[in-house]
Design a protein around this ligand. Structure first.
Ligand SMILES: NC(=O)c1ccc[n+]([C@@H]2O[C@H](COP(=O)([O-])OP(=O)(O)OC[C@H]3O[C@@H](n4cnc5c(N)ncnc54)[C@H](O)[C@@H]3O)[C@@H](O)[C@H]2O)c1
Length: 294
């Protein structure tokens, strides 16, 4: 297969590139390196430095579209920039894929699209994004759905839970695991917003990559999470244990718009793809800590 990975120099994308190369695909990475890193793109892959806000062309069978402005705070400060990358960039990617007949797998977000939930969100749960990032991702999903209808393609939407693992940037807001661990390593204090009893669904990057590979060309909308809720307080304890430090976080004012509960029901992906997460939080945190501490 000839695979294009947009955002392939980033956290999730670079792991996906590794997996595609390992199964023998030819891989081209399209990335502007705004948050990704050149040295995460293996020598066996071709890196095309391109900003997807501008139209482009590719030759591929499959396109994994991960390039994004993925920071919620930035999306609120610069919503039109966020829409240019996450909406216009997706339209440009769909058009590039259409010109060569490739199927697209799009990395959407469960947490930012469903917002606060009373129970694990299924794909049918009402979408109530509370950030410009979530709105843009939902809009991009609508383009995939519309392109499938209009052009007869079979593009797939994956709604990821909170992805964590090696290479995640502590500089970006979503990387709470990396933030805690890097701070432990540097002997810096850690902050928890509000009472820390808010829950999230943490899915290991390796499991997300397996879901993306399994979903390619299948079509539809699928949640990719664990269904397990972990409070931020509990996550902090687990990260501290893995890092071998005994510290308590400092609790600061809750952030407006932070969901109380965010958890995904991924039974649809299990039925459709035979996919289920395989990495426990304890194992995933250990692997993440080893990558940070090494
Ligand atoms: N990390 C998570 O928890 C999570 C959760 C849900 C969805 N997602 C989605 O998964 C995808 C990958 O996220 P990530 O965590 O690896 O983030 P990341 O920031 O590490 O990766 C994004 C990549 O896109 C590139 N990029 C950004 N703007 C670009 C542009 N205009 N043109 C070309 N390339 C551009 C960056 O350089 C980077 O390599 C994103 O679409 C994100 O929205 C991530």
């Amino acid at each position: 297969m000839r695979a294009v990975v947009t955002g392939g120099a980033g956290f999730i994308g670079s792991h996906l590139v590794d997996a595609l190369l390992a199964r023998g695909d030819e891989v081209v990475v399209v990335d502007d390196l705004s948050s990704g890193r050149r040295d995460w793109v293996p020598a066996e892959a071709v890196l095309v430095e391109h900003d997807i806000r501008e139209p482009y062309s590719i030759e591929a069978d499959l396109v994994f579209h991960l390039a994004a402005q993925a920071d919620v705070g930035t999306s609120m400060e610069k919503p039109s920039f966020d829409a240019e990358v996450n909406v216009v960039g997706t339209v440009n990617t769909l058009e590039a894929a259409r010109a060569c007949g490739a199927e697209v797998v799009f990395s959407s977000t469960g947490g930012a699209i469903y917002g606060d939930v009373a129970e694990p969100a299924s794909e049918a749960t009402p979408r109530r994004p509370v950030s410009a990032y979530g709105i843009a991702k939902l809009c991009a999903e609508a383009y995939l759905d519309g392109w499938n209808r209009i052009h007869g393609s079979n593009h797939t939407v994956l709604r990821f839970a909170n992805v964590y693992g090696p290479r995640q940037s502590a500089a970006l807001e979503g990387g709470v695991v990396s933030i805690f661990m890097e701070r432990f390593q540097n002997g810096e204090e850690t902050l928890v917003f509000g009472d820390g009893e808010q829950t999230r669904d943490y899915v290991f990057v390796g499991d997300v990559v397996r879901a993306a590979l399994a979903a390619a060309g299948r079509g539809g909308v699928l949640n990719v999470g664990t269904g397990v809720e972990t409070t931020v307080n509990e996550l902090h304890r687990l990260c501290a244990a893995v890092a071998g430090v005994a510290v308590e976080p400092r609790h600061v004012k809750a952030r407006p718009g932070d969901a109380r509960r965010s958890v995904l029901d991924s039974s649809h992906a299990e039925r459709e793809l035979g996919w289920r997460p395989e990495t426990s939080l304890a194992d995933g945190l250990r692997l993440t800590w080893e990558s940070i501490a090494s």
